[in-house]
Design a protein around this ligand. Structure first.
Ligand SMILES: [Zn+2]
Length: 374
């Protein structure tokens, strides 16, 4: 495999974002005993730890994170939303908007650092300092909408980065591929009418948000066709995810010819995730990444940036993340995915006829709207 210079963002402050005492997903109170949130520092900090312990860090170029500016946020978010986050953060903390996005004191700055880490990674790629990059950031961003945070997300990390790059004249056209198990509703909403951003989301059908991500949601006006959803039934494994990449993502990205590919990298399609019901393994994530890296070579000089999103198994996420870094760098660490013992040979990895039909519907619609050209 070709070896590449890969940029890597991780900042210890990402682990200091405090998500309080929600019991997994739900606010404590009444009969819900206070516990820990599924969205905790563990999965990300342990991924950062494995990057060190595996020796992978020696192959990476550290890219320092910085906070995005107020101006950067306001290209995507309303002033009201930014003010609400800042005010609560300066006080005792609060919630970003939907009751599922708690944060503690100081998270305003950490959320700006998450968007800024994604931006710094993308700048390093666009400026040619590195070939590609992985931004291991927290809090995640792909559910955040212009006027509210949702689903653990405060600010829309990937769109904030894209808009800063566009304002600086560094990119014009960007493709987003979101393989987080939840729908990428933020990019869908932000780019609904935008002809220059292709937003593709593969997710578990109506998992979160429960009312978005349908195949029929495809953008409007100048953005018509440029939003592609692949809502998969629960139970999909590596086979279905690779089919989505082969039959939908790659042909749409080829036809779109972006200047840059951004990947919303959520590891919650993992077999061991508490919030998803899929069965993807580290090998599956790595194969997806290899295919995306190859199409980036074809269309945009290899320029691809992964921005970390969800993924709530502290045990499995580090191995999935390391596998993606192996794909980005072209360097094998020899570290094995421990969950392979239980699910590596699962029959769930075989693409079923029903899964194939669902994926085909997304591909057919994209083809009908001219987003896939044969
Ligand atoms: Zn997710």
């Amino acid at each position: 495999m070709k070896q590449r210079r890969t940029g890597y963002v991780w900042d210890e402050r990402y682990a200091w974002h405090d998500t309080g005492t929600h019991a997994g997903l739900f606010p404590s109170g009444g009969y819900v005993q206070p516990f820990k949130n599924f969205e905790s520092p563990e999965s990300k900090a342990r991924m950062a730890a494995l990057v060190e312990v595996s020796g992978m860090i020696g192959n990476l170029t550290r890219v320092p994170a910085r906070q995005v500016s107020e101006e950067d946020l306001l290209r995507v978010h309303t002033a009201g939303h930014v003010d609400r986050i800042r005010t609560q953060s300066d006080d005792a903390g609060g919630d970003a908007g939907d009751g599922f996005s708690p944060f503690g004191r100081g998270s305003f700055e950490i959320a700006k650092l998450a968007a800024g880490g994604t931006l710094a990674a993308a700048e390093a790629v666009m400026d040619g300092l590195v070939d590609n990059a992985y931004a291991l950031v927290r809090p995640p961003g792909h559910h955040a909408e212009p006027d509210q945070g949702r689903g653990y997300c405060l600010f829309a990390n990937v769109p904030v980065a894209i808009e800063a790059l566009r304002a600086a004249g560094k990119v014009q056209r960007v493709a987003i591929f979101d393989y987080d198990v939840h729908h990428g509703n933020g990019a869908q909403k932000i780019y609904w009418n935008d002809p220059n951003v292709l937003a593709i989301s593969v997710h578990q059908d109506r998992l979160f948000p429960t009312d978005s991500g349908l195949v029929t949601e495809r953008g409007e006006e100048a953005g018509a066709g440029r939003n592609i959803n692949v809502p998969l039934p629960a139970g999909c494994g590596n086979g279905a995810y690779l089919e989505v990449v082969d039959e939908v993502a790659l042909p749409a990205i080829r036809a779109f010819k972006p200047d840059l590919i951004m990947v919303s990298s959520g590891f919650d399609p993992s077999a061991f995730d508490p919030l998803g019901r899929m069965t993807v393994t580290a090998a599956g994530f790595k194969q997806m990444a290899e295919k995306l890296i190859a199409v980036a070579d074809e269309v945009c000089g290899g320029k691809i940036v992964f921005s970390h999103e969800g993924g709530y198994s502290p045990v499995h996420v580090p191995f999935c993340g390391l596998a993606v870094l192996e794909a980005l760098t072209g360097i094998e660490t020899g570290v094995e995915d421990p969950v392979d013992i239980s699910v590596g040979e699962s029959p769930a990895h075989e693409l079923t006829a029903a899964q194939k039909d669902t994926i085909e519907q997304s591909a057919l619609l994209a083809r009908a709207l001219g987003m896939i050209v044969d």
